[in-house]
Design a protein around this ligand. Structure first.
Ligand SMILES: [Zn+2]
Length: 359
């Protein structure tokens, strides 16, 4: 089955083209004029690569992946899900968002995460030896990357040597490390250990220039999850947590040239402080990234080409010949007004149109 979308403008990673024709089966064709089984008139709408949410949790099962897809999110990077049989079943789902997964995250023994209902005992890591064994289990279980929750020093979080050992072991196995950090202290732990990606943004203060400079030196990428930080800041205002600290950190990270990815922490987990909705929340994240200083085109790249590049997803992230036909048609030009991404007209996953996009 091949489809042609006519009279469509295409986001190329930095700008929107003039009206053209795009042809695809499971992947995008290089032959724009080829005949097709189905022809769609886009009426001047804009075609985006399927959106990538770089921080989700798969909790309910297929329903989470359906909600992502309906809103144009065709790939979710899961940052903590278990047991392994569940993760593998979710990876095999068709016609919905595809996920990659960290599987079980590593957490310190005294922090909030160790107390989350249902967290497996093997998630708690307290020594460098345990960190190496933890990474070994992730590799054996087919984790796509390793997630570590960096918190304050013991007794709450892991000590620096343990985080260092975890990052080193993951790198020896060729896996990226994603470090959860919601305070400036946790960011310093993650940077010191050489984590590849930080997720969340500090609520206690704006991140200092020295730490941001070191992030840039080591090539760290940020997934600030502003949607989550906005929700959490409201809940913990009495503790001095302020959303503006997270927002202003993102402004500074962009100015410093630290790559930013759109991620929401979408979850439906019991015990989570705030639960951004799968799919819908990515559109909120794009708006918050723009409000923090990204151009709309930069925000779109943060949800398409940049996460594909960082996580090595060579088959997606662009509307280009040979890439998977994971596509989102929106009603206007989101490089002019980012909120237009909410106007989802059509979603295709590997060339198959979803029957009910989330308009
Ligand atoms: Zn999370």
């Amino acid at each position: 089955m091949t489809t042609a979308i006519e009279n469509v403008r295409v986001f190329d990673g930095s700008a929107v083209s003039g009206p053209r024709r795009v042809v695809f089966g499971e992947s995008v064709s290089g032959e724009d004029t080829a005949p097709a089984d189905t022809v769609v008139d886009a009426a001047g709408g804009v075609l985006l690569p399927g959106l990538i949410d770089a921080h989700v949790h798969t909790v309910r099962g297929r329903a989470d992946l359906e909600d992502l897809a309906r809103r144009g999110v065709t790939t979710g990077l899961d940052m903590g899900a278990w047991p392994l049989e569940f993760v593998d079943e979710m990876r095999r789902q068709k016609g919905v968002a595809q996920i990659l997964s960290a599987t079980v995250p590593a957490v310190g023994q005294g922090g909030h995460h160790a107390k989350m209902p249902g967290i497996p005992a093997e998630a708690v890591v307290t020594t460098p030896d345990e960190a190496r064994a933890f990474v070994g289990r992730r590799v054996a279980g087919g984790a796509d990357y390793v997630k570590v929750v960096t918190e304050a020093a013991p007794p709450e979080g892991m000590d620096q040597a343990t985080v260092n050992a975890l990052v080193q072991a993951a790198h020896e196995h060729g896996l990226l490390v994603v470090a959860h950090a919601t305070t400036t202290g946790a960011f310093r732990v993650a940077v010191e250990a050489g984590a590849d990606v930080s997720t969340h943004a500090p609520l206690d203060a704006v991140l200092d220039d020295d730490t941001i400079g070191r992030m840039r030196e080591i090539g760290m990428v940020s997934v600030p999850t502003l949607t989550m930080m906005e929700g959490v800041a409201k809940l913990f205002a009495a503790a001095g947590f302020r959303y503006e600290h997270a927002r202003d950190t993102v402004t500074k990270l962009r100015e410093a040239g630290v790559p930013l990815l759109a991620g929401t922490d979408a979850n439906s987990a019991p015990g989570a402080p705030f639960a951004p909705k799968h799919g819908e929340s990515l559109h909120r994240e794009l708006e918050l990234l723009v409000a923090a200083g990204l151009t709309p085109a930069e925000a779109l790249a943060a949800a398409t080409s940049v996460p594909a590049q960082v996580f090595g997803l060579r088959d997606r992230g662009a509307v280009e010949a040979g890439k998977r036909a994971d596509l989102v048609l929106v009603g206007g030009d989101p490089t002019v007004d980012i909120s237009v991404t909410r106007d989802v007209v059509g979603v295709w996953i590997a060339g198959q149109r979803l029957p009910t996009p989330g308009r």
